[in-house]
Design a protein around this ligand. Structure first.
Ligand SMILES: Cc1cc2nc3c(=O)[nH]c(=O)nc-3n(C[C@H](O)[C@H](O)[C@H](O)COP(=O)(O)OP(=O)(O)OC[C@H]3O[C@@H](n4cnc5c(N)ncnc54)[C@H](O)[C@@H]3O)c2cc1C
Length: 531
């Protein structure tokens, strides 16, 4: 049975929700804390700050939707729940980027894989990025807290056939592989997480922390796109937002927010964009630079039996065999996972057109897809991308470097080896000009010679990190290791933008745990003192 829709019940109970697109006049709203963004960072911060007795306003550019609006059709889900209708791309269009838009942010549409920040990432930040107090020993209690809060536990059911192939390949080859922990409660195992959970089982911010904050008196203002922060000397004194319609088109009404403290949690592209638009001081020119994507390669494999990769928990097995193989700052490593396989997602992330594309789509139900997520940001030749403002908004310039292409070639080989070991009849590295390959031997040769290039090779990302890094050294970081601004007393950043490199793991649990730590400290600082 579907779990009760907490949004419908909450609204009926009188939650303070303002849909800015319905306002007819400009408004000014005040609270102790204003949080921009309601995703992984914003949601966790909102719950912790309201628990401490602080008044909180959550400002979200997207719409408030709930399970009753999630119809499990890609043509509806992508325009409604994803930024730029899931068609966002880097400046040269070589990397497609998925980001959530709406209350709950990317957590409303994500695939539920929940992994604690890997130790090599934390060690690297401590050694080279001036991050302090974030060893795994110090962070594990926060991960534990969030795992309990969000019902994160090992997936207890059989992997679907798509994930099963990853497991089988790893077992045959003796490669490391792990059962994934997922943030679900009462999951129906349908496989449609990317279109919003229809039964409220996914423990996204939409059904957990945001409702909890609203129950405690927080105000949610949706369809209010934050334009900039107003500031003077070392203080932020207002956040200015514009009402937007459901397609994010600006409407005439402006909303001003005033608070004792401001938190940016708009995600790793928009937090830096807002900072750039606000012309915040940035003497070391850090804002928007070193934005990381885990640029991801895809390998298709045709099996004789049905794979039906649209059905069942999208991700339940991963392999870390190649992530840290050459040390953190050696050659770029890659994590092996699988994606959900839905028709538009696959059609738009494969190559060929006309007949060849139709032939590929004919094999849709027998198609297994493995992905390799490249761990970027640890190598001199992997500086990530840069968020820049344009006349119409922003762009993310992300040059694909030699170090990335070397990793890509190795990743294609690993994926093909794995897929043949799992019993694939044919393997198709998703890069223009590659034929279906019929054996591991044939694949090894073809991949060693294949032409890899932007726009020819399909590269995608659902993980955006960096652009407003944390650390104690202002030459390297915009905020300290607690996410507090180096330049403003009353500004914090709590989202994926604080990571100084990519993580080498799916980001949501890192954001939940680190935000829980940082928001708890902020709550201590701000909470009303008992008299
Ligand atoms: C399809 C998909 C699958 C994924 N699968 C996984 C997974 O399985 N496991 C995992 O760990 N991670 C996964 N991720 C990534 C993970 O969900 C994100 O890393 C995480 O949610 C980022 O948190 P955040 O707080 O930085 O930003 P978000 O969660 O993206 O939240 C940012 C919010 O800010 C809002 N916003 C932006 N600009 C403004 C503005 N100017 N004014 C007001 N509001 C604004 C946005 O609308 C959004 O709601 C996935 C992501 C996607 C898109």
């Amino acid at each position: 049975m579907a779990i009760e829709d907490p949004i419908v019940t909450g609204l009926d109970s009188g939650w303070a929700h303002i849909n800015a697109s319905k306002l007819s006049e400009n408004q000014t709203l005040e609270a102790d804390v204003v949080i921009v963004g309601s995703g992984a960072g914003g949601g966790v911060a909102a719950e912790i700050l309201t628990e401490a007795g602080l008044s909180v306003i959550i400002v979200e550019g997207g719409q408030l939707k709930s399970s009753k609006d999630f119809v499990m059709e890609e043509r509806v889900a992508y325009p409604d729940l994803y930024q730029q209708a899931a068609g966002m791309k880097t400046t040269d269009k070589a990397i497609g980027i998925f980001q959530g838009r709406g209350v709950g942010g990317s957590t409303t549409v994500n695939w539920t894989t929940s992994i604690r920040t890997p130790e090599p990432a934390l060690d690297y930040w401590a050694q080279t990025k001036s991050v302090v107090g974030l060893s795994r020993t110090e962070l594990d209690p926060w991960f534990e807290k969030m795992e309990q809060r969000l019902n994160i536990s090992k997936w207890a059911y059989d992997p679907n056939r798509n994930n099963q192939a990853l497991k089988q390949g790893c077992e045959t080859l003796g490669w490391e592989h792990t059962v994934i922990k997922r943030n679900v409660k009462g999951c129906w195992n349908t496989g449609y997480c990317g279109m919003g959970c229809p039964v409220n089982a996914k423990q996204s911010m939409l059904v957990t922390t945001i409702p909890a904050a609203l129950d405690r008196g927080a105000t949610l203002v949706s369809q209010a796109q934050v334009i900039k922060l107003e500031h003077h000397n070392d203080k932020i004194f207002a956040v200015k937002a514009q009402a937007v319609d459901k397609n994010m088109k600006p409407m005439p009404v402006e909303v001003m927010f005033k608070a004792k403290h401001y938190i940016l949690a708009a995600g790793a592209i928009h937090t830096p964009s807002i900072m750039l638009r606000s012309k915040l001081p940035d003497p070391h020119e850090i804002i928007g630079k070193r934005t990381f994507l885990h640029p991801t390669l895809l390998s298709g494999a045709v099996f004789s039996d049905p794979i039906n990769g649209h059905s069942g928990a999208p991700q339940s097995i991963y392999s870390d065999e190649f992530v840290w193989q050459d040390g953190a700052d050696g050659e770029l490593g890659y994590k092996l996972e699988v994606p959900p396989i839905h028709p538009i997602l696959i059609a738009s992330k494969t190559v060929g057109y006309g007949k060849s594309h139709a032939q590929l789509m004919e094999k849709f139900n027998q198609l297994q897809v493995t992905i390799a997520l490249v761990r970027d940001g640890y190598h001199d030749n992997s500086q990530g991308g840069q968020v820049k403002l344009t006349d119409h908004g922003f762009t993310l310039d992300y040059p694909l470097t030699d170090a990335f292409w070397r990793a890509a070639r190795r990743a294609y080989a690993s994926m093909a080896e794995l897929q043949f070991a799992a019993g694939a009849q044919q393997v198709l590295p998703i890069s223009e000009g590659m034929p279906y390959l019929s054996s591991w031997n044939e694949a090894k040769k073809a991949i060693s010679e294949m032409d890899l290039a932007p726009l020819k090779t399909v590269v995608a990302s659902a993980h955006v990190m960096g652009g407003c890094p944390f650390g104690e050294d202002p030459k390297l970081a915009m905020v300290n290791s607690f996410g507090e601004s180096h330049y403003f007393d009353n500004l914090s950043v709590m989202d994926g933008s604080i990571f100084p490199t990519s993580l080498g793991a799916n980001p949501q649990l890192s954001i939940y745990g680190i935000t829980a730590r940082n928001a708890t400290r902020l709550a201590e600082r701000l909470k009303p003192q008992a008299s």
